[in-house]
Ligand binder design. Structure first.
Ligand code: NAD
Length: 489
């Protein structure tokens, strides 16, 4: 039996004991996860420093703060999320109990990506624990220091059987995917997303795919360009451009291209000094393979800012390319690096058309003082999310569902959305054995008169919420008596 099979079996066996059903148990595990984050901050920061050259404060801001927020919210709201959810009833069910009961799915497989190795792996885990599932956690092998730290340290805090960490690369992930899970939560590229979905389909296992793609950023010429470009510079170059929701490229009118370049240049200096290479808050490309990939994307384009690099350190300076066209190499795939192309469009009409001719992005950014223009972009395009006049921060609002659409992903999470995504929302209807008369209309023989009553009971919309329960029962009793009498004749 392979290690992966053993781990999955153990997780399932442990789940089947029913241990995760009580909310107190889940809360206890969530609090342990919180304790892990606060006690192991230094270990987490050291690992991320080795993987991505991120500073300690940077790691806290971008990796663990959001995680702590998600845990705190889940602990606070779990009782509310897990409670039965009464739903509106129709005339046929007025005296019944009709509600939705969230229940755990079973064993969830979480496959994480390397760019924010802790956040994208452990945030789905918060949802999995809250919803009462077991979860097999597979961190990305591309960020090896974080994966190793997770494998060594997480079991010191969480139940080892229910929440095991499995490290390894493609073959280990493929081995895991041969087994049956009750949900697969994958974060990574669209290409691998397809393989994950295919493997899950063999077991009819539902998936959440948190993918990437090219997220456009439209800048209206009437913007305060200094503010807009500072926010864009921050969103693009944080983590050395390796952010799934980083603005991938800028669309703007040719008349403002010069000022956009100027303002971005100022912001780069403001954030990362004249020498980003030796500045502690400027990151590195994860490995040489990605370094070469990003460098090759620049071929054939005009560099107006940055462009210098050092392969030995996987360093690429914050770079801006101008006069890029749809045919340029850099426009053929998600950049996922510190390279920002500017494409000239004649205005918002052409920007919308440009966006709509391509795959649906994970997010669309629009910078404009004009609310009407913003609403127009919302109405005439589609994407996982839309953020106006800022970058990235929609990720931090845990009441907003976070996820893609089409090529940028399927399913969403954060806050209650994670809980719902990783729960089965079970429909429950509890009837009593009395009031049999009302049922006569559905029993054979089927007659025109019975059908008429069925039409009345099923199609009639009444606002039952406005009637008190005594009035409701009175209405029901009268109807039942009437129907029973009709059909007994
Ligand atoms: P990656 O190489 O770390 O792969 C992700 C996971 O898939 C890893 O755990 C890896 O082991 C596994 N994997 C790789 N190849 C596989 C295969 N052939 N079969 C089975 N499993 C395999 O990450 P990546 O794909 O380079 O990640 C970058 C992409 O992820 C970008 O497109 C980015 O936009 C996207 N991303 C999306 C989000 C989001 O929340 N939507 C977050 C982070 C990253």
């Amino acid at each position: 039996m392979s290690r992966e099979q053993l781990v999955v079996q153990r997780a399932r066996k442990s789940f089947q004991t029913g241990k995760t059903k009580p909310l107190e148990y889940r809360i206890h595990q969530l609090k342990s996860l919180h304790r892990f984050v606060s006690e192991r901050r230094k270990d987490i920061a050291d690992a991320v420093k080795k993987d991505l050259h991120k500073s300690e404060h940077g790691t806290e801001l971008f990796e663990t703060l959001g995680l702590e927020n998600e845990i705190n919210l889940a602990v606070e709201k779990l009782a509310e999320w897990a409670a039965p959810r009464p739903v509106e009833k129709n005339l046929l069910t007025i005296s019944d109990e009709v509600y939705v009961q969230p229940e755990p799915l079973g064993v969830v497989l979480i496959i994480g990506a390397w760019n924010y190795p802790w956040a994208v792996t452990l945030q789905p885990l918060v949802g999995a624990i809250a919803a009462g599932n077991a979860a097999v956690i597979k961190p990305s092998e591309v960020s090896p220091h974080s994966a190793k730290a997770m494998e060594e340290l997480l079991p010191l805090y969480l139940d080892k059987d229910l929440y095991p960490v499995v490290t390894g690369g493609v073959s280990e992930t493929q081995e895991l995917l041969k087994h049956r899970f009750d949900h697969v939560f994958y974060t990574g590229s669209s290409a691998v997303g397809r393989l994950v979905m295919e493997a899950a389909a063999r077991h009819l296992t539902p998936v959440t795919l948190e993918l990437g793609g090219k997220s456009p950023c439209y800048i209206d010429k009437n913007c305060d360009l200094a503010v807009a470009c500072r926010r864009i510079t921050w969103g693009k170059f944080v983590n050395c451009g390796q952010t799934c929701i980083a603005p991938d490229y800028i669309l703007c009118e040719p008349g403002i291209q010069g000022r956009v370049v100027e303002e971005i240049s100022k912001s780069i200096k403001e954030f990362y000094t004249d020498n980003p290479k030796s500045f502690e808050d400027y990151g590195r490309i994860i490995n040489q393979r990605h370094f070469k990939r990003v460098m090759a994307l620049m071929e054939g384009s005009t560099v107006v800012i940055g462009g210098d690099s050092d392969e030995s350190q996987c360093y690429i300076a914050p770079t801006v390319l101008k006069d890029v066209t749809a045919e340029s190499k850099v426009m053929q795939e998600e950049i996922f690096g510190p390279v920002l192309p500017i494409i000239a469009v004649s205005g918002v009409d052409e920007a919308i058309q440009f966006i709509n001719e391509r795959e649906k992005p994970l997010v669309i950014y629009v910078f404009s003082p004009d609310n009407k223009l913003i609403r127009r972009v919302i109405a005439e395009t589609s994407s996982g999310g839309l953020l106006a006049n800022d970058c990235l921060v929609h990720f931090t609002v845990n009441t907003l569902p976070f996820g893609g659409v089409g090529n940028s992903g399927t399913g969403c999470y954060h806050g209650r959305h994670s809980f719902d995504r990783l729960s089965h929302l079970r429909s429950c209807l509890i009837k009593k054995l009395n009031m049999e008369g009302v049922n006569s209309m559905r029993y054979p023989p089927h007659t025109a008169s019975k059908l008429g009553w069925a039409r009345f009971f099923i199609l009639r919309r009444v606002n039952l919420g406005r009637l008190g329960s005594v009035a409701l029962l009175a209405v029901l009793a009268a109807l039942a008596a009437f129907v029973a009498q009709r059909f007994s004749q």
